[in-house]
Every structure is written in C-alpha cells, then in structure tokens.
Design a protein around this ligand. Structure first.
Ligand SMILES: Cc1cc2nc3c(=O)[nH]c(=O)nc-3n(C[C@H](O)[C@H](O)[C@H](O)COP(=O)(O)OP(=O)(O)OC[C@H]3O[C@@H](n4cnc5c(N)ncnc54)[C@H](O)[C@@H]3O)c2cc1C
Ligand SMILES: NC(=O)c1ccc[n+]([C@@H]2O[C@H](COP(=O)([O-])OP(=O)(O)OC[C@H]3O[C@@H](n4cnc5c(N)ncnc54)[C@H](O)[C@@H]3O)[C@@H](O)[C@H]2O)c1
Length: 470
C-alpha cells in the first residue's frame, strides 16, 4: 500500500495549498473532479465562469440605463455559443494545464476518483488504498438536490450544468432566491430568456441587510416575475420542458412551465462522501467538518479547509483557510489561527450587492447600540452622472467607539466600493478617521462611501459641508 507524508483531498483550494514549500514531502493529491474537470468549483463551475457570464450580461442590459441618459442602444441580444465557448475555451484550458502540471510534479501523485476513508490513516481511492501521515480535507460542497416527486423524471439543472447549455432556452424557472438565483437571473434575463424566480422565503437575498434585501427584491421584480413564499412541491415532464409546481402558505398550488429549470436552493458540504465515521473527524448538524481555530479537525493530523468546513461557502474564505493550513502543516510547533472576522461577500447580479459585518436586524437581535446612515448613490456627483435612483450605501456603527459594525451596498460597482470599508473594519479604523484621514477622489462614486461615513450620527463628529451640496 503506497504511503505518503501528506494527502490532500480536493483539487480546488487543496491544489493551491501545494506550493514549492511542500516539495520536500511525498504528497498524494486526490480528486473526484467537478463535472469531469480538475481544479474544483471556483475555476470550473463557480466564481470565475459565472462572472465571465455576468460581464456580457451587464453589457446586454446596459440599454436600460443608457435610455435614462439619452443614449438609445438596441436591447442586447446574446450570441450564446460564442459567449459560452469564450468562457470555457479559457477555463477548460486552465483546468487541463493545471492537471498536466500536477501529473508532471515529481513529489506529487495525482489520484483521480472518489475517495473514502477506511480508517484514520487509510484512504480508499481509484480501486486501491493509500496511507498518509497527515490529511487535508478540502472536498468542497455540491448543489443541494431537489427532493420532490418528479425530480428524477425531468432534467433539473444546477450551477454545475447550466453554463454549458447547448442553446439558450426561451424560458427558465429558477428555484431559490439566494446568490446563485440572483446572479443567474441577471445573466439569463439579460440574454433575453424569460426567467421566473420561485422562492420559498418572502424576499430575495434574505440573508442580506433587510433594506438591501427589500430593495433588491423590488428591483428584480421589476425585471422578471418573482414568486415569493412558495415552496416547490413537484416537477412534471411537460411539452417542451418541465412543469414546476409550487405551493404557498395557504396550500394554493401554482404552475410554471419552462424549457429549463435551474435548482439554486443551496449547497451542502461534501463531508458525507468521505466516510468520516471511520476517522475521528466530527461534523456539525449541517454536515460541516468541525475545525478549531487552527483548522484542525477532531482527529489528530487531519486538517480541513474551504466549503467542507466553512458555512460561508466563499472562495476568499477558502483561500484564507488554505494559507492557515499551509502554515500550520509546515510549522506544527508555531500554529496560527484563522481569522473569520469581517468576512465580506458580493452578489454579482444587477444591481450588485456587497456587504461586510452585521446587518441591522442582527444588531437589533443582539440588543447592541448602533447608529446608522443610508446614503443614496443619487446624492453624490457621480450618482447624478449615472442618474442613479436605486443604489445606496448603508453603514452601521458603534456610537461608543465610532467603529463600523456593518457596511451594506447595493448598486453599481458595490463589490469594489466596499473594499475600503472592509479595510476599516479589519484594521479597526473609526468612521471618523476613515472619512477624514484620507483624500477621496472627487467626483468619484467613492464619495457615496465618504458621505455615508460623514452622515453617521456619531457624537463629537462634525459633518463638513459637502462641495456637491453647495
Ligand atoms: C455558481 C457559483 C458561483 C460562485 N461564485 C462565487 C464568488 O463570486 N465569490 C466567492 O467567493 N465564492 C463563490 N462561490 C463559492 C466558491 O466557488 C466556493 O466557496 C469554493 O470554490 C470552495 O472551494 P473548496 O476548495 O472548498 O472546494 P472545491 O473547489 O469544490 O473543491 C473540492 C474538490 O474536492 C473533490 N471531492 C469531493 N469529494 C471527494 C471525495 N470523496 N474524494 C475525492 N475528491 C473529492 C471535488 O471533486 C472537488 O474537485 C461560487 C460557487 C458557485 C457554485
Ligand atoms: N458571489 C458569490 O460570492 C457567490 C455566488 C454564487 C454562489 N455562492 C456561494 O454558493 C452558495 C450557494 O448558493 P445558493 O444561491 O444556491 O444558496 P443560498 O443559500 O444563498 O440560497 C438558497 C435559496 O433557495 C431557497 N430555497 C431553498 N429551498 C427551496 C425550495 N424547496 N423551494 C424554493 N426555494 C427554496 C432559499 O429560500 C434561498 O433563497 C452560497 O451560500 C454562496 O456562498 C457565492
């Protein structure tokens, strides 16, 4: 039975872990593949391809905003095969080059196939068994399967398959109202598909701050039919596609026919694929591998990182945890903890949404003192240029320390505008220091952040006259 110093399960963040500092070790990299591809979710079916579809979608949708500014553009139409092939022409090549490179690495053995633990140090993979002194579980997550009658009789797409459709459908039902539903609704609606969202909860992006979730739900409802408070009850084959049947709180049933159905009802960790009961590795009720602050599982010598143990399910969190595990594998006597404070996220829909820290509803539930400011994009010069009516920056701060507790943006470039606020929260900068300790370029859109900081009703905090107001 081949023995290794280290075995890493998962070729997403797990593959990035294996840099030149591990060249002195005999390493096994074990991977089952995502849709037959090497390199994990982010590269093949996640962050990267989705954003490569969002960019052309933004362009196709630009005619709506252009109209407000007196520019008449034709409504966008999408050359789907060209867009799809551009995206995967790049990505598939990166995936296969990464795989080839790993095969050529002398100290790394790539073992491809589903793996399961036999005992704490033995892993069954590709019809054989290996042993290793230490393991890293980087097995990620997968789409939550729909468990309703008829789900096995129709084709149900997930984010794993929807981006490789042969042709653009005329109609699509998206089930769910979270990140994936929001992003793909924008992509396919912009490309001319008649999209309907059916969501169980009463708002889209309901994990966001309540004002952001309400605004996003209103704006998306103006673009496409959004059916809220309805849960899926069954799926039926239908002429030319699928009949989606959902019911509301009064058990009234609604039917939606579509050529294509996209299941966007969440992702579950892949811990159940590893036979962890053969090891001492414990999992939470939600199936996440339990880790301590050093990313160590409950079994000696087994670390975990990324979606298999992180309920945030975000690539920048997986990347951070990868750096922590790298260090801790290399320096067992000088461990460093993971930092899970001020984790931001962004939803690349239209409008974009970005957030860091607590929502207002969380602060209320926690009974914390807070002050808030909501600054409309339309109140600053660049917002005038954009004729923006919908975007805002909402800040929540501690009235005692002047530090930010949460920041929430909805609108153009929210995913970029939020970065200085993430920095302030990560470094403990007060709102006052942040607003007045630096120049803000005039008349850039960042002035919406500056003005939101200045609008926070913090004691001893003088709001200076705004040149735009004069
Ligand atoms: C559509 C979509 C869009 C996203 N967009 C963003 C975004 O914009 N920003 C962001 O931060 N995050 C985004 N995410 C989330 C992000 O992709 C994940 O958080 C991240 O990729 C997780 O990385 P990982 O290394 O934990 O797992 P993965 O990259 O999923 O790697 C896990 C690997 O383990 C393998 N594996 C699983 N079980 C076994 C087994 N038993 N044996 C062998 N191998 C196994 C899998 O085949 C896979 O290759 C998105 C996700 C999706 C689905
Ligand atoms: N931009 C990003 O960072 C990005 C983009 C895509 C995905 N992701 C990651 O992937 C994860 C999964 O995304 P997701 O959107 O699938 O999950 P999610 O948890 O964000 O949303 C799931 C949605 O499905 C709804 N739902 C669940 N069961 C339902 C049912 N039976 N009928 C109708 N609606 C139902 C829920 O109400 C919720 O709105 C996210 O948690 C996120 O971390 C991140």
């Amino acid at each position: 039975m081949p023995h290794f110093d280290l075995c890493v399960i998962g070729s997403g963040s797990g593959n990035s872990l294996l840099d030149e500092r591990f060249n002195h070790l005999k390493v096994a990299l074990v991977d089952a593949g995502v849709q037959g591809h090497f390199g994990g979710t982010c590269l093949n079916v996640g962050c990267i391809p989705t954003k490569m579809f969002v960019r052309p979608a933004d362009l196709a949708y630009a005619h709506v905003e252009a109209e407000r500014l007196g520019v008449r553009l034709a409504p966008g139409s999408a050359d789907w095969p060209k867009i799809r092939d551009r995206v995967f022409g790049r990505i598939d090549a990166i995936s296969s080059a990464g795989r080839d490179w790993r095969i050529r690495n002398e100290h790394i053995t790539l073992l491809e196939g589903e793996s399961r633990f036999v005992d704490e140090r033995t892993l069954g993979v590709a019809g054989g068994k290996i042993t290793a002194d230490r393991y890293v579980l980087a097995a990620g997550s997968r789409p939550h399967a729909l468990e309703v009658p008829g789900a096995d009789q129709v084709t149900v797409h997930t984010s794993d398959t929807i981006m490789r459709l042969d042709t653009l459908p005329r109609t699509m039902v998206i089930i769910g109202g979270g990140f994936i539903a929001a992003e793909f609704a924008h992509v396919f609606a912009s490309f001319g598909v008649k999209v309907t969202i059916v969501n169980r909860s009463n708002a889209l992006l309901r994990q966001e701050d309540e004002e952001v979730s309400q605004r996003f739900t209103r704006l998306m409802s103006k673009r496409i039919p959004v059916r809220l408070g309805q849960h899926l009850t069954r799926l039926e084959p239908d002429e030319g596609g699928v009949l989606v049947v959902a019911s509301d709180a009064e058990a009234i049933e609604y039917e939606y026919g579509a050529e294509v159905v996209l299941n966007a009802t969440g992702r579950i960790p892949n811990s159940d694929r590893l036979n962890l009961s053969a090891t001492g590795v414990e999992v939470t009720e939600g199936g996440y591998v339990k880790v301590d602050e050093y990313q160590r599982t409950t079994a000696d010598g087994i670390f975990a990182l990324g979606d298999v143990c992180s309920p945030w399910q975000l690539k920048h969190v997986a990347n951070h945890e990868t750096r922590v595990v790298q260090h801790n594998l290399l320096h067992p006597d000088d461990l460093i903890p993971a930092n899970h404070d001020a984790i931001p996220h962004a939803v690349f829909s239209h409008p974009q949404v970005a957030a860091v820290g607590a929502t207002e509803q969380q602060l209320r539930e926690q009974g914390r003192d807070y002050v808030k400011a909501v600054q409309d994009y339309g109140s600053v010069a660049y917002g005038w240029a954009m004729e923006d009516r919908d975007g805002f920056c909402k800040l929540l701060a501690c009235p005692h320390t002047g530090k930010l507790l949460g920041a929430h943006l909805i609108g153009e470039q929210a995913s970029t505008l939020i970065q200085p606020l993430i920095q302030a929260m990560s470094t403990g900068l007060t709102a006052r220091e942040m607003a007045r300790g630096q120049y803000w370029i005039h008349p850039a859109l960042t002035e919406v952040v500056e003005n939101a900081l200045l609008s926070l009703p913090l004691e001893g905090y003088e709001r200076e006259p705004d040149p735009v107001d004069e």
